[in-house]
Write a protein that binds this ligand. Structure first.
Ligand SMILES: [Zn+2]
Length: 278
């Protein structure tokens, strides 16, 4: 059997000619595409080695941020001025905050929560998201146990930093809620995926269920309770107390139930930081 019998006459296959100039241009285009999407950087690690951290007795590679470097929501411009302070600052006074290019995932621990807890948390999240331009994403409920030293990376949540945890407790189970404390909030300061920078991750808002239930039972109590949850979530994203009773970040809950001008200025700046990169 000859080849001419397999490929009948008139239907021979012709391999297309390749123009060498076109080939070089095509190769350059592919390299450019890989470079712009970060694929090449990941493959050859030209941005330097990924940072590692020690968590629960294990060496752990710092989770990467977004490869495309695009914010999820537009940055919020500063339109008000007032008193504000950052929990942590880096070089040139720039606040340490959450990466604006990845969603701030959060979970809610419903055990012991007052009836209006879901609405309180949703309202506080909407308020802080609107003031920072940081995108929050609910992962639903969790049965994560309450421990004093929460692990910032947990297998139950898959890869990446642990989500922000909203949980309810009382002064007996959680001594940090003792005395007049109705809530606490904060985050871990973690290394950037590469280089010297720092970010916030794995935040936690712990709320005193009996205290909040009492407040919710008062006239106008919902606004007061919402202000407390919002205050604690503002701590989570990096805002510190200010000695100014016209701001929500005053250390004692008072008549102010909405974000003040300084709170808004600080939150806008926190949301304007550069992304972590991959
Ligand atoms: Zn506080």
């Amino acid at each position: 059997m000859t080849a001419s019998e397999i490929v009948p006459r008139g239907r021979e296959r012709h391999l297309p000619r390749v123009n060498p100039v076109l080939l070089v241009l095509l190769a350059l285009a592919v390299v450019g595409l890989l470079w712009s999407t970060g694929v090449l950087t990941t493959l050859f690690d030209i941005s330097g080695p990924r940072n590692i951290v020690w968590i629960d007795g294990r060496v752990t590679v710092v989770p990467a941020g977004s490869a495309d470097g695009q914010r999820l929501l537009p940055a919020v411009p500063v339109t008000t001025t007032g008193s504000y302070a950052f929990e942590h600052t880096g070089s040139a006074g720039v606040p340490v905050g959450y990466d604006p290019c990845v969603p701030i995932r959060y979970v809610t621990r419903p055990v012991g929560a007052p009836p209006e807890s879901d609405r309180l948390i949703a309202d506080a999240v909407a308020s802080v998201q609107g003031a920072t331009g940081l995108s929050f994403e609910s992962l639903g409920t969790t049965d994560e146990p309450l421990v004093e030293d929460r692990s910032p990376i947990q297998p139950r949540y898959g890869g990446g930093w642990a989500p922000v945890l909203f949980a309810w407790s009382d002064a007996t189970a959680s001594p940090e809620l003792g005395g007049e404390v109705v809530g606490v909030g904060g985050s871990d300061v973690v290394p950037a995926p590469r280089g010297d920078g720092s970010f916030l991750a794995a935040g936690r808002v712990l709320l005193d269920a009996p205290d909040l239930t009492t407040i919710l039972g008062r006239p106008g109590g919902y606004a007061s309770a919402r202000a407390i949850v919002t205050h604690e979530l503002a701590h989570v994203v990096g805002l510190d107390h200010v000695d100014d009773p016209t701001e929500l970040m005053a250390p004692r809950a008072g008549a102010v139930t909405e974000l003040g001008p300084g709170d808004r200025e600080g939150l806008a700046l926190i949301g304007q930081i550069a992304c972590a990169g991959s």
